[in-house]
Design a protein around this ligand. Structure first.
Ligand code: KG4
Ligand code: ZN
Length: 339
């Protein structure tokens, strides 16, 4: 089974070929550098860039995988959630290919695919039920995973995603977008006890999270009370930047770990699957591995950030499922969630 995966939910254009759900023959990712000029993703520019990039990226992907379009079994595309214009480019590119080649099309949930990326990296070690944790620039969500066709949302951020807050704090410290990795580097040299940022509590929703209070607390520490996220940003000493990074990083991840702990106390899970760009953070990886008794799994670095291999991988699982249920027909949408 050879599945072509297409990903364009935000600012990465990606094409991948995956064999039998886990063997990656090619996974090409084109990151859109243009957004760093604006300090965040500009949706209109993202859509245009996907439109330009897909045809040539697909050619390169097929070449690297050493196959032709005729060898494909099905096409899988990220169909939700994400920027509507960006998703539309990928979905319509996929629809065109499927109707030209008479192939089935499988729409895949991008967030669920982040969890599948963790499985793809560790396919033989994971036991279910598993607690899924997605930490990215757009999402911070916790799931109960019985299988990859049975994923239930347990809790999520009420406001900013954790990666978004890393990016905003990085901007305040003078780093380009996306800035999460710079915070991690600076934090290694800082004192995480220098600043005390309080955890947010959400009444009546014990498993939901909130990061906007932490973002504002860092902002006020840097620019003063009632200031705004807009420039100009004050010049800070290297020492202060390091200590702020370390204290912020600790507060953000401790808040998530506290939430995971309370879920694990209430229900039993055999493993934890983590996914999304922020899962690249080594401090976070070590914190989870040392805090919890059950095994914690992360995707490889390339599969943490947005990529099409995870879309093709989860597409393979759904393709098998729908095939069994006789739902797969050429050019049909075998599985489709609202965009
Ligand atoms: O999953 P992803 O590529 O895109 C979304 O679906 O949003 O995640 C990108 C996010 C950005 O916010 C980026 O700053 C963050 O992941 N990120 C990190 C690290 N590497 C990437 N955040 C903290 N520490 C890192 N090492
Ligand atoms: Zn993502």
């Amino acid at each position: 089974m050879l599945i072509l995966g297409l990903e364009s939910s935000c600012d990465e254009t990606s094409c991948a070929i995956v064999k039998n759900g886990i063997h990656i023959l090619s996974n090409k990712i084109a990151s859109q550098e243009i957004h760093s000029l604006y300090g965040g993703v500009v949706p209109e520019l993202a859509s245009r860039s996907h439109l330009e990039t897909f045809p040539k990226l697909l050619k390169e992907t097929l070449k690297e995988a050493n196959i032709t379009l005729k060898d494909l079994t099905a096409i899988s595309v990220a169909s939700c959630p994400g920027l509507i214009g960006s998703l539309s480019v990928g979905v319509n590119f996929a629809k065109g290919l499927c109707s030209g080649l008479s192939l089935p099309l499988i729409g895949v949930n991008h967030v669920n695919a982040h969890l599948y990326a963790s499985f793809m990296t560790n396919p033989h070690s994971i036991q279910f039920p598993s607690l899924g944790v997605v930490v990215s620039g757009a999402h911070t969500s916790i799931f109960s995973i019985n299988s990859f066709s049975n994923i239930k949302l347990i809790g999520k951020t009420r406001d900013d995603a954790i990666g978004e807050v890393f990016d905003k704090v990085a901007r305040l410290l003078g780093f380009p977008y996306p800035g999460g990795k710079y915070i991690e580097e600076l934090a290694k040299m800082g004192n995480s006890n220098e600043y005390h940022f309080k955890d947010s509590i959400i009444k009546n929703s014990p498993y939901d999270l909130s990061f906007s209070g932490l973002k504002t607390a860092v902002l006020y520490t840097i620019k003063g009370k009632n200031s705004s996220m807009q420039p100009p940003f004050p010049k800070l000493s290297e020492e202060k930047k390091k200590n702020l990074s370390a204290s912020f990083q600790k507060a953000a991840f401790f808040s998530l770990v506290k939430k995971i702990s309370s879920i694990l106390q209430a229900s039993s899970y055999k493993s934890i699957l983590v996914g999304g760009g922020v899962a690249n953070n080594r401090y976070f990886q070590n914190l989870l591995k040392t805090t919890f008794e059950c095994p914690v799994f992360f995707p490889s670095s390339q599969l943490c950030t947005d990529n099409a291999a995870m879309i093709a991988g989860l597409g393979s699982v759904l393709f098998n499922l729908y095939n069994k249920e006789k739902k797969v027909e050429p050019c049909s949408f075998a599985s489709w969630e609202k965009m």
